[in-house]
Design a protein around this ligand. Structure first.
Ligand code: BES
Ligand code: ZN
Length: 626
């Protein structure tokens, strides 16, 4: 990646090369966000006012973004914003009601970063001014998916939704697209009158459908939490402060599946301090939503693949809710510090799940995640195995295996065990209070941890031990190892059945969770015969399962073992879901089985029209590698 802004001030140059002639001065600054063009030492945005028309015919958003800017450096005259594939029509500066058009220029486009938009601002505007950008998105905006009616549950209305994290907000709003800047926002959104718009803001469940919707977000948020969706959405309440938006076809199933959301919210408040955002609602999107969930404030966006009918996959809801503290209230300063968002959220997710459900269930989930972490540690290059790795050129979207999540969670569980739950819970509460509505780097976290816990007399954990988790590859020797009796049992039976010592009919799964079955499947030996795969499939109806996680597990095995009898069902799976986690590993297993690279490419060509641009990008990446 090209270095756009050369920050030399705070950087201690490290000389790396060996011979004198080849000396490379490494100016890497861990506290800098390498994924924005914005210079936040010159200007910062305080407020965003959006005025947008949603044009389904053209698949574009069109209108105005008014940014209230504060000049940090009195000498600065160029505001640089992030954009990607935006058509900029005009730029205007407003100071004290006085309007002046401003010169602007768009720089060269970079695949991950997009293009910088520089606006020349007169030096005499004083400290604060408004910058009005008139613009339109393009149909290929990486944040937005425009769904034709046939890709929705109802099949009669179009839909569109955004996914701004990590660096996609810039593809629907020109702004300083870095988590280190927090803004409040308001918006006016015009849509076809039959549709409802919702945002990561103060949605009112009673809003009449008029085709013009107004939003206000009074709490300051980082740009990656800007979110919008427009569709044939209806609302149903879950509890006092919680509810669901989705298409009418999915409303009842969603109300059943996510009935525990209010209890999760109440529990989180007693454990981690007040919920600072007003309501907490869920928006259940079509299957092409690229993630399990996205923690857009006040309104988490959720994949419908959680609708298993038995509430077995709702840990994703606990996860997105937990982000209301870890991530949305206290935000990673740069994507390199993402473990502070995701690791801490995974930890809190488990804690909430223990209260709402029970410890054995959560232990199952911990073991499943731990196994995925061990597999990832075999794949991920060592430098990227640190919780806070060097991150200055990858794509922050691809940087989201299980290291941030599971290693981060294990680190916090390690601290919890060392200091005791009571002490550690109090630490987290005070952490959220101390950094509320702020951003934090890994180093600030370590300093705070040091001040509150590690530096205490007789502390069971030293700063050096904590730093080992944060900066080194792999897992420390004294890392906790999750265990689950239920899964141990499933694993034992898998071995015993595979060895011919137990008949499948004698494996009594009547009381098993989907996770136990998943673990059974994952524990089967590599040389299991096709006849036994067929027997398992026939008995457990795996190729027909409606549990998305089970289907994921099964079809990874089907592809890896080339069990071609059910390749038609495998392809149906790839068409049914667009959530990256559910399909990318299946494509990868096809690519890696030595025979099916071409088939994987063909299946992708047939399926891609329904995928979100972010998912399509991931799959393309794994297909290119093959
Ligand atoms: N914030 C993430 C999704 C995300 C991460 C988007 C990085 C873009 C870049 C969200 O909270 C998340 O972690 N989703 C997971 C949920 C799971 C770990 C419970 C997912 O989508 O699978
Ligand atoms: Zn998350």
């Amino acid at each position: 990646m090209q270095r756009i802004l050369v920050f030399v001030s705070l950087v201690i140059p490290i000389v790396t090369g060996c011979s004198r002639d080849e000396e490379i001065i490494d100016t890497y600054d861990p506290a800098r966000d390498y994924f924005t063009y914005a210079d936040t030492e010159a200007f910062v945005t305080e407020h965003l006012a959006l005025n947008l028309e949603v044009d389904f015919d053209a698949s574009v958003l069109r209108g105005y973004a008014t940014l209230t800017m504060r000049r940090v450096d009195p000498a600065a005259t160029d505001v640089v914003l992030d954009t990607r594939d935006l058509d900029i029509a005009s730029a205007t500066v407003i100071v004290d009601g006085r309007t002046e058009s401003a010169g602007f220029a768009t720089g060269e486009r970079h695949d991950t970063l997009g293009a910088p938009l520089s606006v020349a601002v007169p030096a005499d505007t004083g400290e604060r001014f408004d910058l009005v950008i008139e613009y339109a998105t393009r149909p290929e905006s990486t944040a937005l998916q425009w769904l034709p009616p046939e890709l929705t549950a109802g099949g009669r209305h179009p839909m569109m939704f955004s996914q701004s994290q990590a660096v996609h907000a810039r593809s629907w709003v020109p702004l300083q697209d870095t988590p280190s800047v927090r803004i409040t926002y308001d918006a006016i959104v015009r849509t076809p009158a039959s549709l409802l718009a919702v945002m990561s803001a103060d949605n009112d469940p009673l809003t009449p459908r008029t085709g013009e919707y107004r939003f206000d977000m009074p709490q300051p948020i980082p740009s990656y939490l800007l979110a919008i969706a427009v569709g044939n959405f209806y609302f149903a309440p879950l509890g006092e402060d919680t509810g669901i938006y989705t298409e009418p076809q999915m409303l009842d199933a969603s109300v059943f599946e996510f009935a525990d959301t209010q209890a999760m919210l109440d529990t989180a408040e007693t454990m981690y301090g007040p919920y600072e955002w007003g309501r907490y609602d869920l928006l259940i999107l079509p299957p092409s939503f690229p993630y399990g969930g996205m923690e857009n404030p006040r309104l988490s966006f959720i994949t419908p693949s959680l609708l298993a009918g038995d509430r077995s996959l709702v840990s994703v809801i606990a996860h997105e809710l937990a982000h209301s503290w870890s991530g949305n209230l206290v935000t990673n300063a740069t994507w390199r510090d993402g473990w502070l968002n995701e690791g801490m959220t995974s930890y809190i997710e488990s804690r909430l799940m223990e209260v709402i459900y029970d410890v054995p269930r959560v232990d199952e989930e911990r073991v499943i995640m731990y196994r995925e972490l061990l597999l990832d540690l075999e794949r991920v290059p060592e430098p990227m195995q640190a919780l806070a790795p060097r991150l200055d050129d990858a794509n922050p979207d691809d940087f989201q295996g299980t290291i941030h999540y599971s290693k981060g969670q294990l680190f916090l569980e390690y601290l919890e065990k060392a200091f005791g739950r009571e002490v550690f819970d109090a630490f987290l509460q005070s952490y959220f209070e101390a950094f509320a509505f702020g951003t934090i780097t890994t180093e600030q976290f370590l300093d705070y941890l040091d001040a509150e816990l590690l530096g205490r007399e007789g502390s069971p954990v030293s700063r050096a031990q904590a730093e080992r988790w944060v900066y080194e590859a792999g897992l420390p020797a004294d890392a906790p190892v999750p265990t689950s009796e239920n899964l141990d049992n499933a694993q034992r039976l898998a071995g015993s059945w595979a060895a011919g010592d137990t008949a499948l009919a004698d494996v009594d799964i009547s009381a098993w969770s989907p996770h136990a079955k998943i673990h059974f499947i994952n524990s089967l030996p590599a040389d299991l015969s096709q006849a036994m795969l067929a027997e398992l499939d026939a008995k457990w109806q795996l190729s027909e399962t409606t549990n998305a996680e089970m289907a994921r597990t099964w079809f990874i095995q089907v592809a890896a073992r080339r069990y071609t009898d059910v390749y038609a069902q495998l392809e149906a799976h790839l068409n049914r879901y667009g959530r990256g986690r559910l399909i990318a590993p299946v494509y990868r297993a096809l690519m890696e089985n030595g025979e099916d690279a071409q088939l994987a490419r063909e299946m992708f060509e047939r399926a891609r029209h329904a995928y979100h641009p972010i998912t399509a990008g991931w799959i393309e990446m794994s297909l290119d590698r093959g």
